[in-house]
Design a protein. Structure first.
Length: 364
C-alpha cells in the first residue's frame, strides 16, 4: 500500500473513527484501524465485534492495498503533523507515515484476524443532523453510566408516525426528545448511549443522517461515515409507567435565571446536594443548608398557577434538567414524591421533556 492524502482530512477521519470505536485494548486487533487504499481513496474501518465504523477520505493511491495498524497511535501521529500532505507506505512489516524530514513507523497487525465491518439493511428514515445532535445531547447524557445495569445505559429510539422519539433514564430522571423525521419504515431499538453521545457530536454539522434498524442491529450513516452497533433490550422504557396526571402546581420561569440561582445556592447544600424550591405567589425561593457550609437562599421571579407544592431536588439533576433549555420553561409539579416535568414554553424543532424525581427535603 502506498498513498498520499491531505493531512487534516486523514487526521480528522482517524480521530472520528477511534472515538466511535475506542477498541478493546486487551486485543490489539480489536483496537486497530483497517486501512484500505483503492483508486477511489482510502477507507478507514474499526470493529470491536459489538460496534463497527467506517470513514472514507480522499487520497491519491499509488499502490492499492490493505493493512491493519494500531488505531490510537495512528490518530495521534496524524493529529500532530503540520504538513499539508502526508504519505502512508508499507515498508517491510511497518506502515511508514512520512512527512517533511520525518518518518514514523507503525507495526502491521494481522489483518486476516480483523472481524471486518457490517452494514445494516432494513427499515428506517432520515433526520436533520443538527436536530438529531440536539436530541442526543440531552438523551444520551441522561442514561445511566453503570455497566452493572446495562438496560439503563441505552437510549430508546422509536418512530412514532412522522416523529422520532428518543427516551433515556437512569431511574432517577428521564429525558424525552421528539424531532421530525422522514420514515420509510418503523424502528424501535435501544442503542448504547456512549456511542450515541459521540455520534451526536459528529452529526451536528451535517445536513442529514440516515437511521436503519434490523434484527439486533442499528446503523447510522452521515457524510462519509457509517456506524453499526448491537442493540440492548429496552422495550420496557416508556414514560407511560410514570404517574404524570396529578399536577397541582405549574411554574413558568426563565431557565437561565433558575440555573444560575441553583448553582449558587447548591454551594451550601448538604452531602446529598439537595436544594429545596419554595413556590410563592410570583417567585421561586431556593434554599439549601449544611451544618458545616452554612445556609443560602435566593429568589427567582416566576409565574405560578395552581397550588404551592414545594419540592426538593438533587442540584446536579435539576441543573441537568434545565441545561438543554433556553428562554422560559414550565415546571409541572406533582405533590408528594411524584415526578416533575420540565418543558419549554415555546418548543423548537426538537421538543424536549425532562422528567425529574424529587428528593426528600434536607433535615432542619
Amino acid at each position: 500500500m502506498d498513498l498520499t492524502a491531505p493531512t487534516a482530512a486523514l487526521a480528522s477521519a482517524a480521530a472520528d473513527l477511534v472515538r466511535l470505536v475506542p477498541g478493546k485494548f486487551v486485543d490489539p486487533v480489536l483496537s486497530g484501524v483497517l486501512l484500505t487504499a483503492t483508486a477511489a481513496g482510502v477507507g478507514l474501518a474499526a470493529s470491536d465485534r459489538e460496534r463497527t465504523a467506517t470513514v472514507s477520505c480522499g487520497a491519491v493511491t499509488h499502490t492499492d492495498g490493505q493493512v491493519l495498524v494500531p488505531g490510537k497511535p495512528l490518530a495521534e501521529t496524524l493529529r500532530a503533523l503540520t504538513d499539508p500532505e502526508v504519505r502512508l507506505v508499507v515498508e517491510g512489516n511497518r506502515l511508514a507515515i512520512r512527512a517533511s524530514g520525518a518518518r514514523f513507523a507503525l507495526p502491521l497487525l494481522d489483518h486476516t484476524l480483523h472481524p471486518g465491518v457490517s452494514t445494516v439493511s432494513g427499515p428506517g428514515g432520515t433526520v436533520s443532523g443538527s436536530a438529531f445532535a440536539t436530541a442526543l445531547a440531552t438523551a444520551a447524557s441522561t442514561a445511566a453510566r453503570d455497566e452493572a445495569l446495562p438496560v439503563f445505559t441505552g437510549v430508546r429510539i422509536r418512530s412514532e408516525g412522522e416523529h422520532l422519539v428518543l427516551r433515556a433514564t437512569d431511574r432517577y430522571r428521564m429525558a424525552i426528545a421528539s424531532l421530525p423525521w422522514e420514515p420509510d419504515g418503523e424502528i424501535d431499538v435501544m442503542v448504547p448511549a456512549t456511542l450515541l453521545a459521540e455520534v451526536g457530536k459528529q452529526v451536528s454539522g451535517v445536513g442529514q443522517a440516515r437511521l436503519t434498524a434490523a434484527a439486533n442491529q442499528f446503523g447510522v450513516t452521515w457524510g462519509r461515515t457509517a456506524v453499526t452497533t448491537a442493540v440492548l433490550d429496552g422495550s420496557y422504557l416508556s414514560e407511560t409507567k410514570l404517574a404524570l396526571s396529578d399536577v397541582d402546581t405549574r411554574v413558568v420561569v426563565d431557565a437561565e435565571s433558575l440555573v444560575a440561582a441553583t448553582r449558587r445556592v447548591a454551594l451550601y447544600s448538604d452531602a446529598r446536594g439537595v436544594v429545596k424550591i419554595e413556590v410563592g405567589d410570583s417567585e421561586l425561593r431556593l434554599r439549601a443548608t449544611d451544618h458545616n457550609a452554612g445556609e443560602a437562599e435566593e429568589s427567582v421571579k416566576a409565574t405560578v398557577s395552581g397550588g404551592r407544592t414545594s419540592p426538593s431536588y438533587q442540584s446536579r439533576y435539576l441543573l441537568d434538567a434545565l441545561r438543554p433549555f433556553s428562554g422560559e420553561v414550565e415546571l409541572a409539579i406533582q405533590p408528594g414524591m411524584r415526578a416533575t416535568v420540565v418543558t419549554a414554553v415555546e418548543p423548537g424543532e426538537v421538543d424536549l421533556r425532562y422528567i425529574l424525581m424529587p428528593m426528600l427535603p434536607p433535615k432542619p
